[in-house]
Ligand binder design. Structure first.
Ligand code: NZQ
Ligand code: ZN
Length: 385
């Protein structure tokens, strides 16, 4: 097992009816900015519930944070925080709103050009405003991690930053808040969480015995509840399990002491930036192809995944690996999430532009061994067509 340093300060308030806990979780005298996305937070009544729980605190609102939040929009929130001297941020939404809030929290106190935060991947961040979250979409894990993904619309650069300073102070996870989600977003959440686990698990053996068992348990839970969360939007138990599984999939726990991949995500981010495909949907396209192209370097873990997650124990090693990759693809497809570039009317001729983006963003040595060069990314994309 590798050495590690694990620290996660985010308080989780989980369960039905927990939005009311904002009354105690947000500091009493805070001047609050509520950040949200399009209209879902207002339409579902969550925004009104949040405002009620904040009571007599001074509260401003900033709506319009788009999926794949843009730097340009977020800088307007930064200006509002500065001009009104607000001191606490509250994200009400999914990964995009939470990621956007993290960026605002870091940018308000940053003295240079705020895009430096993204270009440095967070190393220039020395402080950030405190913030909390009310999660409405289980998928990204942003509610309990220190990562954020922001897109500069003008240049189509979708970059990641991470900083210890942008862990949420708390996150409220009320599974009933997910009942209003379109089923396509629920399916996205299952696929995103699944791929997060795979990026931290399906690498090479590193004697992380309990990390592997945790990861396999999260994958098996997602396989079990995937059909249930789509069949009945108000199945509380299924939604609660999805919400907690998605949080645990990317809160640092299963990554501690083991190698991590993340090449599927980095290639996927470029597909979103160029073609506007939902984050999780890019992963469903890239992951099966990535496993196929890198099956030699991932051989041992693929066999472990086949046996322990899918119960595949018959046949030659190569047959078992084939079957495990096919089951992964089949699981995504069963949720209504396509797994081929052609499903988005994209083909071989679109690959050059993705490679140019990866190069421009320094994504030239990806993966758990740093061996996913641009030519390997190209092969993965070719296998995704
Ligand atoms: O904008 P509104 O009207 O609120 O609608 C949203 C949005 O259109 C809707 N929605 C959210 N909660 C709802 C709801 N609709 C009805 N009822 C509800 N309860 O869902 C749509 C998608 O929301 P979004 O926040 O974009 O989705 P998601 O949570 O999947 O976040 C995706 C973003 O997170 C980043 C992705 O790159 C992408 O930008 N990621 C962040 C990570 C992190 N911070 O650790 C890791 C991930 O790998 C990922 O990269
Ligand atoms: Zn993701």
């Amino acid at each position: 097992m590798q050495n590690f340093d694990l620290h996660n300060p985010t308080r989780i308030a989980f369960g039905q009816g927990t939005v009311g806990r904002l009354a105690e979780l947000v500091p009493a005298g805070a001047r609050v900015l509520i950040l949200y996305g399009g209209e879902s937070a207002r339409r579902t009544g969550t925004l009104a519930e949040v405002q009620a729980a904040l009571g007599s605190r001074v509260v401003y609102e900033f709506g319009g944070i788009e999926p794949n939040p843009s730097y340009e929009t977020l800088m307007r929130a930064v200006a509002l925080v500065r001009s009104e001297e607000l001191d606490f941020l509250l994200a009400v939404g999914g990964g995009s709103v939470i990621d956007g809030t993290k960026f605002v929290a870091a940018a308000v106190h940053y003295r240079g050009d705020a895009w430096d935060i993204m270009e440095s991947h967070g190393t220039v961040v020395n402080t950030a405003m405190p913030f909390g979250c009310v999660l409405t979409l289980p998928a990204t894990g942003s509610e309990m991690n220190k990562g954020s993904v922001v897109t500069r619309s003008a240049t189509r650069a979708k970059l990641v930053f991470a900083s210890e300073h942008v862990f949420p102070r708390f996150s409220i996870l009320d599974p009933t808040k997910t009942y209003s989600l379109p089923l396509s977003q629920v399916a996205n959440g299952v696929v995103d969480a699944y791929t997060h686990v795979m990026e931290q698990y399906l690498t090479y053996p590193a004697d992380g015995m309990v990390q592997d068992r945790f990861a396999e348990g999260l994958l098996q839970t997602l396989i079990e509840i995937g059909p249930r969360v789509l069949a009945a939007p108000d199945d509380y138990a299924a939604r609660a399990n999805l919400m907690w599984t998605a949080t645990l999939a990317l809160n640092g726990l299963i990554a501690a002491g083991v190698p991590e991949d993340w090449s599927t995500h980095m290639i996927g981010h470029e597909l979103t930036a160029l073609h506007g495909i939902d984050h999780a949907r890019t992963l469903a396209v890239v992951l099966p192809a990535n496993l196929q192209v890198r099956r030699v370097s991932k051989h041992d873990k693929l066999l472990q995944y086949a046996a322990r997650v899918w119960g595949i124990t018959e046949g030659s090693e190569e047959e078992r690996i084939d079957a495990a990759i096919a089951r992964t693809r089949g699981f995504f497809e069963s949720l209504g999430v396509p797994t081929r570039l052609r499903d988005y009317d994209l083909g071989t001729k679109h690959i050059d532009a993705v490679i140019r983006q990866l190069e421009a963003h320094g994504m030239t040595a990806l993966g758990e061994r740093g061996d996913v060069t641009l030519s390997l990314s190209r092969r993965i994309l070719e296998a995704s067509v």
